[in-house]
Design a protein around this ligand. Structure first.
Ligand code: PMP
Length: 416
């Protein structure tokens, strides 16, 4: 207890959110922290029952691929379970360097740097490249790790309404009078909404106002563009994006993150980025798995896997739409593996999630602050390894659940 009599831990008691979560857990209604008991396959074992997995970021289905497992195993057997140190000191293996070289070749950039997680990659980029004198302009739906990086940098934060170019332009015109440099940071594919940023128009605005542009490709890499390099590739703006971020925790079936850009910027991050320097380097098995998955993405098989996951996304999206759900669409019509269903009300989203869980269908729930207040949604996502029969069976169950749910709780938002 401090001399003021205030206990800093007092806030953990009687915390409203904790109380709600505890009550939901007691009623077996909690959509979070559910236990997974098998690999991330299309049908999985979760808490003692089989559930169709429609809530994974394993978009290409590579987490159980024998070649990716072999990559992890070889790395584990060659370099051991952990490196017990920073990349700067004893944490760099030939695999880390190979992975950085292959990412740069994949992204078409001069260089790349690998972080232990994607969250750290965003902290590492923003916390290092921005200072208190600078301005950072972010989309209001950007991932939390981007916001954390901005807060760490103490740069002036100017958010703009999700995907609204006029609001971005307003922020840019205001930033002209700010003292330092300006960076725009957007997700290529937004993690909850699954929609794609209008990157060409954003790059035009960045150029017009002399701002730098960074794109988080966590959900686009391995899925969009001919090489799977993400939304920047698909929309033809790779050369106009100054820095690209990605993660291994989605299509690349592992854990870790990267930044890809000019040698000048990447070299600077290698010696200055605290989120890179002051943490243990990614474990060999994670690096070996990411490298093996990246090689599959870059092989002839990559485009087939990407086509399959997007075909599944279209099928799933059309199926949900046909059942009368309001499925969020990208304004530019681009389909991604993320298929969000709008519920609006947090409580209803939890109840609907539970009914689906009981029917053997696993999806994710996003409530405030992951989405704006009143914007609760079920975040569903498909993998390349789903087959049509599994998706159709899931749609049948979802349809039954919806009918029973609406009879009891009233109508869900319908298609516009
Ligand atoms: N950016 C986005 C858009 C994400 O969705 C995520 C993870 N959900 C991250 C960054 C962080 O990546 P990681 O899981 O590798 O920390």
């Amino acid at each position: 207890m401090s001399q003021t009599g205030i206990d800093v831990f007092a806030k953990v008691r009687g915390h409203e959110r904790a109380e709600i979560l505890r009550a939901a857990q007691e009623a077996d209604m909690l959509p979070f922290f559910r236990v997974v008991e098998s690999p991330a396959a299309p049908v999985m074992e979760m808490e003692g029952a089989e559930r169709v997995m429609l809530g994974s970021n394993n978009y290409l289905g590579l987490t159980g691929d024998p070649r990716v497992i072999a990559g992890a195993r070889e790395a584990l057997e060659t370099y051991g379970t952990g490196l017990t140190g920073s990349r700067l000191l004893n944490g760099t293996t030939p695999l880390h360097l190979e992975l950085e070289r292959e990412i740069a070749a994949w992204m078409g950039t001069e260089d790349a740097i690998v972080f232990t997680t994607g969250h750290q990659a965003n902290l590492g980029a923003l916390g290092t490249l921005l200072g208190p004198e600078d301005t950072v302009i972010v989309d209001s739906a950007d991932h939390a790790s981007i916001l954390d990086g901005c807060l760490l940098s103490k740069a002036k934060l100017r958010p703009f309404r999700h995907n609204k170019l006029d609001k971005l332009e307003k922020a840019l015109s205001r930033a002209v009078n700010d003292p330092g440099g300006v960076l725009i940071v957007v997700d290529g594919v937004f993690s909850m909404e699954g929609d794609v940023a209008p990157l060409k128009e954003i790059a035009d605005l960045a150029e017009r106002y002399g701002a730098r542009l960074m794109v988080d490709e966590a959900h686009g890499a391995g899925v969009l563009g001919a090489r799977g390099a993400g939304a920047s590739e698909l929309l033809g703006v790779e050369d106009r994006v100054d820095l690209r971020m990605g993660t291994f925790s989605k299509s690349l079936a592992s854990c870790g993150g990267f930044l890809a850009g000019s040698s000048e910027v990447i070299e600077y991050l290698r010696i200055q980025s605290r989120a890179f320097l002051f943490t243990a380097s990614a474990v060999p098995a994670a690096v070996g798995a990411a490298l093996a998955a990246l090689r599959i993405v870059r092989s002839d098989e990559g485009p087939q896997l990407m086509a399959k996951v997007l075909e599944n996304a279209r099928h799933w999206r059309e199926g949900l739409h046909g059942l009368g759900f309001r499925v969020i669409e990208s304004e530019n019509g681009i389909v991604t593996p993320v298929v969000p269903v709008l519920v609006e009300d947090d409580w209803k989203a939890g109840l609907l999630w539970k009914a689906l869980w009981d029917a053997g269908v696993f999806v994710n729930v996003a409530i405030h602050p992951a989405v704006p207040p009143g914007g609760a949604l079920l975040r569903t996502s498909v993998m390349a390894t789903h087959d049509t029969a599994t998706l159709d069976e899931a749609l049948r169950r979802v349809g039954e659940v919806k009918a029973a749910f609406e009879a009891e709780h009233g109508a869900l938002p319908s298609p516009l």
